[in-house]
Design a protein around this ligand. Structure first.
Ligand code: BGC
Length: 373
C-alpha cells in the first residue's frame, strides 16, 4: 500500500458535523412520514437549528472550530419535482454566510438520508431516474453556493441501504429486499458520479467526494464483511472522488468501555481503518467520529484517544486533512429518537437552551494545541 506524505501547507480542518433532519426541525420528507407510520418518536422541532444556526455557529467558533459540516435538506429546496424554492435556497446561502463570517469553512453534504416525498413516491433510490434527479438538485445547489469548496454528495450510503433494504427499520422499510438493495447501491453510485461531474462543471475549485461509515472488523475471517461494508461502495465510485470521507464509531472487539449506544470504544480500530482507507490514494477527511454519552463522563477521553490514533497515522505519513466530531449539538438520532446524546453542546428540548459540555472545552484545547504546532 502506498503511503502519502501530508503536505505541510494544507490547512487542517477542525470542527463538528450535523445533518438537516437531525437538527433543523419541522421536516416534511420521507423520514417524517416514516416516523408517523411506524409510531417512532417524531423529529418535530428537533434542535430548532433552522432558526438558531447563527447562535450555534457562534458556539462552534468559541469552541475553536475552523470548519463545520452540515447538510442541505433536499425536500425543502425542491418540494415538488423540478420546482426549486428560492427562499429555502436563500436560507442555505445565509447558513454559508454565517459560517464564513465566523471563520468556519463550510463542508456541505447534499444527501444525509432524507428525500422529498415526490422522490420517494416514484420509487426513491430504486427508480431509474433517481441519479438524474439527484444530480439536478446537486447542480442547482452548487450554482447557488459558488464559494463552497467542499462537497460531500452522499452520507454513508452503506448504512442507509443496509437499514432501508435489508433490516427494514428505516425508510423505505424493506426487509431482505436483496434485489432492491443492490439496485439502490448502483443508483446511488450513479447519482454520485453525475453530481460529481456537474458540481465540478459549475465550480472549478470544488472538491467532491462521499463519506463512508467504517467499522473495524478485527478478525481475518471477517474479510467479506470488511469488503462489503467498508469498501464496496467506495470502489463503485472510484475515479470520481477528490477525497475519501471516513465516519468511524466502533469496532467488533470487546473493549473496556462502551458508549450509551452500547458501541465499543476502540481508537485502535480508527487507526487501522485510516490505514486501510489510504488504499484509494486520496486525502482523507474524518467527517464523523463521536460518542453518545449523556453524562459526559467518557467523551473527553474518547476524543483524546481517537485524535491520538489519527495523529499516529498522520505521523506515519497518511494524508488526513480534517476531523469533524459528531455532533455539534444533541440531535434526533433516527429510530432511537432524542435519547442518545452525541453533542458537544447539550440541548434542553423543552426550552431549546444550549449548554456547552465540559468535553467540548477539552476538544478546544486539543485544537488550539494542534493549530499552534
Ligand atoms: C450518521 C449520523 C448518526 C450517527 C450516530 C452516523 O452513521 O451519519 O446521522 O447520527 O452515525 O449514530
Amino acid at each position: 500500500m502506498e503511503v502519502q506524505t501530508s503536505k505541510k501547507e494544507v490547512i487542517f480542518y477542525w470542527g463538528a458535523a450535523t445533518s438537516a433532519h437531525q437538527v433543523e426541525g419541522n421536516a416534511r420528507n420521507d423520514w417524517s412520514d416514516f416516523e408517523r407510520e411506524h409510531h417512532l418518536m417524531p423529529s418535530g422541532l428537533a434542535s430548532d437549528h433552522y432558526h438558531r444556526f447563527r447562535d450555534d455557529f457562534e458556539i462552534a467558533k468559541n469552541l475553536g472550530h475552523n470548519a463545520h459540516r452540515f447538510s442541505i435538506e433536499w425536500s425543502r429546496v425542491e418540494p415538488r419535482e423540478g420546482e426549486f424554492d428560492e427562499l429555502e435556497i436563500q436560507h442555505y446561502r445565509d447558513v454559508v454566510a454565517a459560517l464564513r463570517e465566523r471563520g468556519l469553512e463550510p463542508f456541505v453534504t447534499l444527501w444525509h438520508w432524507t428525500v422529498p416525498l415526490w422522490f420517494r413516491d416514484q420509487g426513491g433510490w430504486t427508480n431509474g431516474r433517481a441519479p438524474a434527479q439527484f444530480a439536478r438538485f446537486a447542480a442547482r445547489i452548487a450554482e447557488a453556493l459558488p464559494d463552497v469548496r467542499f462537497w460531500i454528495t452522499l452520507n454513508e450510503p452503506n448504512v442507509y441501504t443496509a437499514h432501508g433494504y435489508l433490516r427494514g427499520n428505516w425508510p423505505p422499510g424493506k426487509r431482505m429486499a436483496l434485489g432492491q438493495y443492490w439496485r439502490a447501491n448502483r443508483m446511488l453510485a450513479a447519482a454520485h458520479k453525475k453530481a460529481y461531474a456537474l458540481i465540478k462543471q459549475k465550480n472549478k475549485n470544488a472538491e467532491v467526494g462521499i463519506t463512508q461509515n467504517v467499522i473495524w472488523f478485527s478478525r481475518r475471517g471477517n474479510f467479506l464483511k470488511d469488503f462489503f461494508f467498508n469498501h464496496y461502495f467506495v470502489r463503485l465510485v472510484r475515479g470520481t472522488q477528490d477525497f475519501v470521507g471516513v465516519n468511524y464509531y466502533f469496532s467488533d472487539r470487546k473493549t473496556k468501555q462502551y458508549s450509551d449506544m452500547g458501541w465499543p470504544i476502540d481508537p485502535e480500530g480508527f487507526y487501522q481503518l485510516l490505514r486501510a482507507m489510504a488504499r484509494y490514494q486520496k486525502p482523507l477527511y474524518i467527517f464523523e467520529n463521536g460518542i453518545a454519552d449523556a453524562k459526559d463522563d467518557r467523551r473527553a477521553e474518547f476524543i483524546h484517544g481517537h485524535i491520538a490514533a489519527m495523529q499516529r497515522a498522520m505521523h506515519e505519513g497518511y494524508d488526513v486533512r480534517g476531523y469533524f466530531y459528531w455532533s455539534l449539538l444533541d440531535n434526533f438520532e433516527w429510530d432511537k429518537g432524542f435519547g442518545p446524546r452525541f453533542g458537544l453542546v447539550e440541548v434542553n428540548y423543552e426550552t431549546q437552551e444550549r449548554h456547552i459540555r465540559k468535553s467540548a472545552w477539552e476538544f478546544k484545547r486539543i485544537i488550539e494545541g494542534a493549530l499552534r504546532t
